[in-house]
Structures are given as structure tokens and as C-alpha cells.
Design a binder for this molecule. Structure first.
Ligand code: FES
Length: 181
């Protein structure tokens, strides 16, 4: 009888083996899928982290840049106690011409030898100190560094936003133009 029982058990075990095998297989597949799901969720999570991190980095870069290219962080002190002369019989003869002296740029705006035919402003840009140029085509001073634009009153009217230029007084006696300030 024991032999018959053993035989029955063996047969039943044989019947169950595929089922057990299937269970293990299912469990294995489930585990694998679960791992993939976890991996995907992790990737999604990292993906969501990327945007704030990028934003943070952008903010950091903007902060770093703001020290070098935005705002008058390195604005130079304009020259003071300026007092020099220009000989109008030999210098600044043409309308639109300009010259630099003692940290000041003087430009001729009109033909007559009178004070309002000239303008004198600090030569160093109020942003970071680069020497500006006079653009005779539109009577503006333009900084070649970050593009700040100033009008003949020294106001910042375009390009890089920054402070105004210091404007110096001009007096004319005969053909002698004197710049002070
Ligand atoms: S130095 Fe930056 S605009 Fe002039």
C-alpha cells in the first residue's frame, strides 16, 4: 500500500510541478517587472530633478554673470578736478570728430565754435569702465564692451543698462576750448 501511496504522491507532485514552476516563473517575471517599474520611476524622478537643478544652475549662472556683465558693479569713478584746453584752430575741426584727454572724451556736434557745439563726458563706461567711442552718425557714445549707449547729455539710452556718464563743463574763449569738472 505504501508503494501505491508513494506512487500517487509522486504523480501528484509531478502534476503540481508545472504549477509550482509557473508560480516561480510568475514571481520571477513580477520581480523583474517590478524592478523595471522601480527603474522607470527612478528615471522619472531623476527627470523631475533635472528641471529644478537646471533652473538652479541657470540662476547661479545669472548670478555669476551679473557680476561681470550686468549692472554697474565695477563702475569706475569719473575723473574729477579736470581742467584742460583744446586748441580749436588745430583740433576738433570737423563736425563729428572727437578726442580723449585726462579720462574725458570731447566731441564736436556742430560747426560753430560755441560751447553747445561740443560735449565732454567721462571716457570710461559706467558699467565696467571700458572706454566709450563717439558715434558721429547719431551723436551717441557707445561702449564696445557690452553695448551701452549714451546720449550727449550722458544719459544711458540703450544697450547695456547702466548709470549716466559724468558731463563736464565747456567754455570757449576765441579758439581755446576749456574743459572743467
Ligand atoms: S563696460 Fe559694459 S557696457 Fe560698457
Amino acid at each position: 500500500m505504501a508503494g501505491t501511496q508513494e506512487l500517487v504522491c509522486q504523480r501528484k507532485l509531478t502534476e503540481y510541478l508545472p504549477t509550482i514552476s509557473n508560480i516561480f516563473e510568475d514571481w520571477f517575471v513580477y520581480t523583474k517587472l517590478h524592478q523595471i517599474t522601480i527603474a522607470m520611476k527612478r528615471r522619472e524622478f531623476l527627470g523631475t530633478l533635472t528641471a529644478p537643478v537646471a533652473v538652479a544652475c541657470t540662476a547661479c549662472m545669472a548670478a555669476a554673470c551679473s557680476k561681470s556683465s550686468d549692472g554697474p558693479n565695477n563702475a569706475p569713478t569719473p575723473p574729477s578736478n579736470v581742467n584742460f584746453t583744446v586748441n580749436l584752430s588745430t583740433q576738433l575741426l570737423a563736425v563729428g570728430s572727437s578726442l580723449s584727454q585726462s579720462g574725458v572724451i570731447v566731441a564736436r556736434l556742430a560747426a560753430q565754435n560755441q560751447p553747445n557745439s561740443f560735449v565732454a563726458v567721462q571716457e570710461s563706461c559706467t558699467h565696467q569702465g571700458t572706454n566709450i567711442n563717439f558715434s558721429s552718425g547719431n551723436n551717441q557714445f557707445i561702449c564696445p564692451n557690452h553695448g551701452a549707449i549714451f546720449n550727449t547729455s550722458g544719459a544711458n539710452v540703450g544697450g547695456q543698462s547702466t548709470g549716466p556718464l559724468k558731463v563736464y563743463a565747456i567754455a570757449i574763449n576765441g579758439t581755446t576750448l576749456t574743459v572743467t569738472g
